[in-house]
Each structure stands twice: as C-alpha cells, then as structure tokens.
Design a protein around this ligand. Structure first.
Ligand code: ASP
Length: 586
C-alpha cells in the first residue's frame, strides 16, 4: 500500500495517528536544524517535518530532495506550531519517521505554483507539469463535475447517451472539414465530424427518442481565444417535441448546472429575445445583459434634420448613453475613437454629446443642430447631467450596429459592469433562416440546412427567403453563445425546397446527404435538438478568459499541439501506403 491518506485530508482530529503519504515535493524549506517539505498531490498539500535532532540520517535524506521528486513517507500527525490558514491541512504536519524516494525529477522548466513564471508556450509544451498547478487542475475538476451533472440531469430525463462515429463523411456545419485518408480505400478520405448533427437526427428516425452525447467535434477554422480545432459539445436531440419543449428541457438542464456547480439561482422561464430585437438593442445575437446601455436609434432624429453631412448621408444612426461619463477627457474620448477605428471594428468615429451639470447638451455637433433638437436628443436618450451620449453612424445598418455593439461592450468593461460573478442568461429566438454570403454570392443557412422555418413564414420561402425566420434558438450567457439548436425539418418536400434555396443541387444533396434523405423516407418523427459548447460552459463557470484553460491538452493559436508536436509530416512509407503525394505551395 502506497498511502493511507491523501495530502489533502488530515486534520486536527487525526493528531497522533501514524500515516503513510505519497506525492510530489512541492517546496523544501531548510531552517537550520529543521527541514520542512511540502508534499503535494491532487488533493492538497501536507507539511512534513524532518528534525536533525530526532534523526540525523532522515534529516540528511530530506536535504537531498529536489522539486517535484516523488516520495513516500511514514510518520505521525502532529499539531503545527504556526498554523497555515491558507490550506485545509494547515493545522497539522507530519513528523516523518521514514522516507522512501520513489522517483527523481529534473528541475521543472517553470515553477509549479498558481502564479507560475512559465509563459504560455512553455506551459503547453510541458502541459503535464502545468496540470499539476492547483488552479489548472481545478478547472479540470470543474469540467468533470459539469459533465457528471449533465449526465445526471439528462439520464434523469430519459436521455440515452449514444456514441456516433468519428470517421464519417462531411457534415454541413459550414466550416472546413478535417480529413483522414483511408488506406483500405485508396484515394478516398473520411471527414471528422463538425458535429454529430446527421447522426443524431438518424437516431431519432431510429426511434431513440431522447439522445445525448458529450462528444468531440472538429472544425478547421481560424482560431481565437474561444475556439479550438477540436472541441467538445453536449449534443442533444429529442423526438415529438416543439421549440418550447426543447427550451423548457434545457433551461432545466442549465439551471441545474448553475445550481450544482455554483449554487447560483435563476428564475424560470428564462428571458427569450427575438433575434431582431437583439440586433436592434444590442447589435449582437449574443448580447451581454449584465448591463443595460441599450442602443437608441436616432436615424429619424438626426438624419436630415440638421446640417451635419455625415449624419445626413448615414443609413443608420444609433447611440448609447454612458452614465456618469460626461467628464471623459479629450484623451479618453480619443482612446474610444481609436478603439472603434481598429481594423477589426472598422468604424469611422464617435460623436460625443456631454450633458452639462445644468442639463444642457454640449457637443461638436452643436453648430449643426438647434438647441431644441439637442434637448430632444437628450430626452430620447434619457440622459441626465453627467452622462455622455456616444453616437455612431454608417451606411450599412447591420455593420454599424455591430460597431456600436463593440463600443457598448468596451464601455461595459470600462465601467466595471461585466462582473464575472454575475450571470445574465437568455434565449435568442427567431433567427433568420438564411444569410447572404458576399463571398459565395448565395444564401447560406444561418444555422444549418436541416433547420425548419417558422410555419407562418413558409409562404415567404419563394418570394422573400431573406425574410423567413427559423425555428432556431441560441442560449446566451454574458455575451457568449453557450448553446444553440433548432427544430428540424422532417418533411422531405420542405427539405428539398430548402436545399434548392441554398443552391444545393440534387447532385450535391445526393452525394453528401443521401443517407439522410433516404432515411427520411421511412417515417422520420418530428424532432428538434441543440448542442452546448462544453468548453465555453466550463470557462464561464470557472471565470476563464480562454477555453484553453479548461482543456487538458489544448492546441495553440496555429492549431499546434506543441507537447506531442502535431501536426507533423508523414514518413515516405506512410504516404506511400496511403497513396498520397505532398505538394507544398511554392
Ligand atoms: N449541430 C449544431 C451545432 O453544432 C447544434 C444543433 O443544431 O443541434 O451547432
């Protein structure tokens, strides 16, 4: 037996007991004739004492210990003189009577502490050492609990966890596929699933009724802090349900998770906001509702009513009212202007209107509008003395709203309104079915091609497809989309119509989705579902900035795993076996 206890469990009530512990040497402190060793394992840290007077031999042995050596000790639990309130075992220590070295360690390339000196690259290369750090380990513990609670809830609701294959053909989530060559089928490739979308729908045709899976998905996209080439979804599907049933079921799941993980309560039902409203008020389909600062549209108020050409030429004028920011200096204003002018945002500028202490609006547009008009503006914005109105305009309504959204979020951050311990959870509903792609010059499915239109909008499919709304819904928390799904089409005629609006010819459909089309001929039930991004959900619970921190072995921004060094070139023999020839661009 290696140990009687873990390094996190001994307390005052154990004083006098003889115990055996095993773990890593976290820290060695030599204080004259006494050496203190902090012994660490997953469960905590326990202090060991080696006293020269008690045993010179053991004392010498302890002085040879290096950081991260693996040891086993026997000893007696004793009360500590100077207690350490920061750790759970801080009242006791072990007077060691035997020390066995189980393994040595090279000096780790960074300190295994919460605040480590290791940079990102180094930590990722030695991720197994990084994972020994308490804060990183705790993220994985939290992730485990989220998975367990998810399973518990869904199992309780009669969902079956069913695995779907990883080697498949292309799935239609709109990103690029990762592909895998097939040795046994020369010249042919599998694709890795972007999601199990079609399989879960087939499971509904198969009569499984309620399915879920905590599953890896693969998308070959450009990476950001909240994206990884492989990520995990809590993927779900239900039969004989409508949108409301799905929403109800998963409000239940998410509030169960918040309660179990953070002891955080929500009032049900959650708020539902139509997509159109979200865009009008927040310029985003994932609005951060931890704070207000809703947009006020000023197009009718300011366009053509004065002599300011920039506003007169705009398609859209909108503003936010930043409370208490009326005293923003020229420098602070310029910072914000520079911020919205960055290429990622691409706005032209901001017009500031300050509300003076006596209530008069003061601005660089004073000369273009009458004082009455500016007072009207102030009223419209419900601005009070000390506030700053920030106006943006542009020749494309959607684009301008998105730019104003960035400004709103920036102001939210500056004013400390995006508190990580607060959660604003809501559904966004009634998404448009299609979005126009400039690049491809055709309509694309906003969600995916199997999403059903709202029955009342079906009549518009031929005449005004861009006005058709989908039975699709996203769950949003604190400005992050944490999940999304839709009611599916289960009627082949409607499905074919959608395919054709999307420009998917019968040929393409036959090639890519023939199995689904075939399956749907055999009695597909009405069904609907959704998927949560597990990595994002865990990051949200843990208050992390990057999903990477809650993934055991994540990839870096170039999609590389620097620990195992992947991706990598193949040996010539491997290429030959796969009938592949590599031709790099010049
Ligand atoms: N498959 C979708 C996704 O990965 C979710 C769904 O519609 O269930 O986003």
């Amino acid at each position: 037996m290696y140990r009687t206890n873990t390094c996190g469990e001994l307390r005052m009530s154990d004083v006098g007991r003889s115990v055996t512990l095993a773990g890593w040497v976290h820290r060695v402190r030599k204080m004259g004739g006494v050496t203190f060793v902090e012994l660490r394992d997953r469960y905590g840290i326990t202090q060991l004492v080696f006293n020269e007077q008690d045993s010179p031999e053991l004392f010498d042995q302890s002085n040879d210990l290096g950081r991260e050596y693996v040891i086993q000790i026997e000893g007696i639990v004793a009360e500590r003189y100077s207690k350490n309130e920061k750790i759970a075992t801080g009242d006791i220590e072990i007077t060691v009577s035997r020390l066995t070295l189980l393994n040595q360690s090279e000096i780790p390339p960074f300190t295994i502490e919460e605040n480590t000196d290791g940079g990102d690259d180094l930590r990722m290369k030695y991720r197994y050492l990084d994972l020994r750090r308490k804060n990183v380990r705790e993220n994985l513990e939290l992730r485990h609990r989220v998975c367990m609670e998810t399973r518990k809830y869904l199992d309780g609701q009669g969902f079956l966890e069913i695995e779907t294959p990883i080697l498949i053909n292309s799935t239609p989530e709109g990103a690029r596929d990762f592909v895998v060559p097939s040795r046994m089928n020369p010249g042919q490739f599998y694709a890795l699933p972007q999601s199990p979308q079609l399989f879960k729908q087939l499971l509904m045709v198969a009569g499984m009724d309620r399915y879920f899976q905590i599953v890896k998905c693969f998308r070959d996209e450009d990476l950001r802090a909240d994206r990884q080439p492989e990520f995990t979804q809590i993927d779900c599907e239900m039969s004989f349900v409508q949108q409301d049933d799905v929403i109800q079921m998963f409000e239940g799941m998410i509030t169960h998770l918040f309660k179990e993980i953070l002891n955080y309560d929500f009032q049900l039902p959650l708020r539902r906001m139509p997509w159109q409203e979200a865009m009008e008020k927040y310029g985003s389909d994932k609005p951060d509702l931890r704070f207000g600062m809703e947009f006020v549209e000023l197009t009718a108020t300011l366009r053509g009513t004065g002599t300011f050409q920039v506003f007169n030429d705009a398609a859209y004028i909108g503003a936010i009212c930043a409370q208490g920011c009326g005293n923003y200096s020229r420098k602070q204003q310029n910072e914000l202007v520079d911020f919205v002018k960055t290429p990622q945002i691409g706005a032209k500028g901001i017009t500031f209107v300050k509300i003076e202490e006596d209530g008069t609006p003061k601005s660089t547009i004073d000369k273009f509008y009458s004082p009455e008009q500016l007072l009207q503006l102030k009223d419209k914005m419900q601005a009070v003395p000390g506030d700053m109105i920030m106006i943006m305009c542009g020749d494309d309504t959607m684009r301008t709203r998105k730019q104003l959204c960035e400004l709103r979020l920036e102001m939210g951050s500056r004013l400390g309104l995006r508190d990580k311990s607060k959660f604003a959870l809501l559904w966004i509903t009634d998404f448009p079915m299609f979005e126009w792609s400039e690049e491809e010059q055709r309509l694309l499915a906003m969600h995916h091609p199997f999403t059903s239109p709202k029955p009342e909008d079906v009549a518009l499919l031929d005449s005004h497809p861009e006005q058709v709304r989908a039975n699709a819904y996203d769950m949003v928390c604190n400005g992050v989309e944490i999940g999304g799904g839709s009611v599916r089409i289960h009627d082949s005629i409607l499905q074919n119509k959608i395919f054709s609006i999307l420009g998917l010819t019968p040929d393409i459909v036959e090639k890519r989705f023939k199995y689904l089309v075939r399956a749907f001929k055999y009695g597909a039930p009405p069904h609907a579902g959704l998927a949560y991004g597990l990595d994002r959900l865990v990051s949200l619970f843990a208050g992390l900035d990057s999903i990477r921190d809650c993934i055991a072995f994540p990839k870096n921004n170039s999609g590389r795993d620097t620990m195992v060094d992947a991706p990598t070139v193949l040996e010539p023999e491997q290429l030959q076996e796969l009938n592949l020839k590599v031709q790099l661009p010049q």
